[in-house]
Design a protein around this ligand. Structure first.
Ligand code: GLU
Ligand code: MG
Length: 456
């Protein structure tokens, strides 16, 4: 479908380009800057490439969001990898409104002999989920909830959550849902959110690896549909220093070896099962250190502030949107069973974080809590920011890092968390993030938001 001249413009105007099209599939990996990069191959060759993949290189993992390979980095100019597509993670739809179908397949980075590469974020998540299952018999079910802003011409102002806020974009939302549905993302809802020109898109819960794949597909498909309208869809953590933040809320629950929900226990405070409580305790204990993986850019920390409904303390609470771990609501209307609905939401993430790495960090931290059979954390009632330091201490509440710099320091200071990764990975990660900080030194927060608004 070519964009109709005069009514809308697409990112690439295919109008009049009437030649034959060779359908292309993008084999992709998502890097430490949370940019999804890859190579396009003719779709008809994809099956043949499923064993050996396409070429990739180590130094690509040291790319910053500003398209520079950071120096120093552990790789230099040498080395080669293969990016092998996972055919189970293919997202294809002809409904994004562009000239040719959207076709993306997530891949794993391996050495030339097929050995998993120790720095592949997707592999790290797969291994974290496998370790969780092997050691505890539990599997993780997850869903990524994305907030984003739309910017561009012909968007009149609208009220928060208003019927008209979504309708003024018509047919953006129905097209987005159709494209996600066709791609196999299994979307749940699209809503007009609280912020100016802010929206939210969710998908139905699925296995942890598939959820992170869906996060990648949702971002790319949303951007592509928006481009067709001449708009920019931005998932950056803050549209402006005082604007409403765009969070990525990661919902998770545990399932036991028999496939039964294992997060809920009606007899426990907040309905939190002992296993889920131990998992949450592990996440909170390592939260300062894993924030670098979940809120992974300089402007992420403009979002993680008290009284913004994001996350700012190591807190678990029932149905409180200021908590980093929120026990989500369940309904018993019509006799519905809470157990299958019950889930926890991790709110300290945004779209400048690699979704595989963010979830892997949460899973590894949760597994630490399960290993030491940690007692469930207290359910926080009230506003941590308004409590005295003594009250916070008694409840174990610690402020999350307030800058990327501080988050990297917290990471380096937690030997349990650094122990999860290959030293070369940590070196690469710190290089990319410290390089980002250096690049942005002295920038005004408003400039930062404007810059990231265009990049993410
Ligand atoms: N926009 C908020 C954030 O930055 C979340 C609001 C909500 O609970 O949906 O995370
Ligand atoms: Mg929301």
């Amino acid at each position: 479908m070519a964009a109709e001249a005069g009514t809308k413009t697409s990112g690439v105007d295919a109008g009049g380009q009437g030649g034959r099209h060779e359908p292309l599939t993008g084999i992709v990996t998502t890097d430490l800057a949370a940019i999804t990069r890859g190579r396009f191959v003719p779709a008809r060759r994809l099956e043949r490439l499923a064993t050996t993949g396409v070429g990739w290189l180590q130094a690509d993992l040291s790319l910053t969001p500003f398209n520079t390979i950071v120096h120093p980095n552990p790789w230099g100019s040498t080395g080669d990898l293969r990016l092998v597509p996972d055919l189970a993670a293919r997202f294809r739809t002809a409904s994004t409104g562009t000239a040719t179908p959207f076709d993306l397949v997530c891949g794993d980075l391996v050495e030339l002999d097929g050995t998993p590469w120790c720095c592949c974020p997707r592999t790290m998540l797969r291994q974290a989920l496998a370790d969780l299952e092997a050691e505890t018999g539990l599997t993780l079910v997850a869903a990524f909830e994305h907030e984003f802003g739309l910017a561009g011409p012909n968007l009149p102002p609208a009220h928060a959550f208003a019927f008209a806020a979504l309708r003024r974009t018509d047919p953006f939302a129905p097209m987005l849902m159709a494209a996600l549905e066709e791609a196999g993302v299994d979307p749940d809802v699209v809503i007009a959110e609280y912020g100016a020109d802010q929206f939210e898109i969710t998908h139905k819960p699925c296995g942890g690896l598939a959820a992170a794949d869906r996060a990648v597909a949702i971002r790319e498909i949303t951007r592509e549909v928006a481009r067709g309208f001449g708009w920019l869809a931005s998932f950056a953590p803050k549209p402006a220093p005082d604007g409403v933040g765009n969070g990525v809320h990661i919902h998770f629950s545990l399932v036991d070896a028999e496939g039964r929900p294992a997060t809920y226990d009606a007899g426990q405070p907040g309905g939190l099962s002992a296993a889920a409580g131990a998992f949450c305790a592990g996440v909170l204990a390592h939260l300062p250190a894993i924030t670098a993986f979940t809120a992974s850019s300089v402007p992420s920390y403009l979002r993680l502030k008290p009284h913004t409904w994001s996350a700012s303390y190591t807190s678990l609470a029932e149905r409180d949107r200021e908590a980093t771990l929120r026990i989500c609501p369940v309904t018993t209307i019509g006799g519905r069973d809470p157990a299958g609905q019950y889930n926890i939401e991790f709110r300290a993430a945004d779209a400048t974080a690699n979704p595989y790495l963010a979830l892997a960090a949460v899973v590894r931290a949760g597994l630490e809590g399960l290993r030491r059979r940690a007692p469930s954390p207290p359910l926080i009632v009230g506003d941590p920011e308004e409590m005295s330091e003594d009250e916070r201490q008694a409840l174990g509440l610690v402020r999350l890092p307030t800058s990327l710099d501080a988050a990297l320091d917290a990471l380096e200071a937690d030997p349990v968390v650094t122990g999860w990764f290959a030293p070369v990975f940590l070196e690469c990660f710190a290089g990319v993030k410290r390089g980002e900080i250096e690049h942005l030194k002295g920038r005004h927060p408003a400039d930062l938001c404007a810059l990231y608004g265009g990049l993410f």
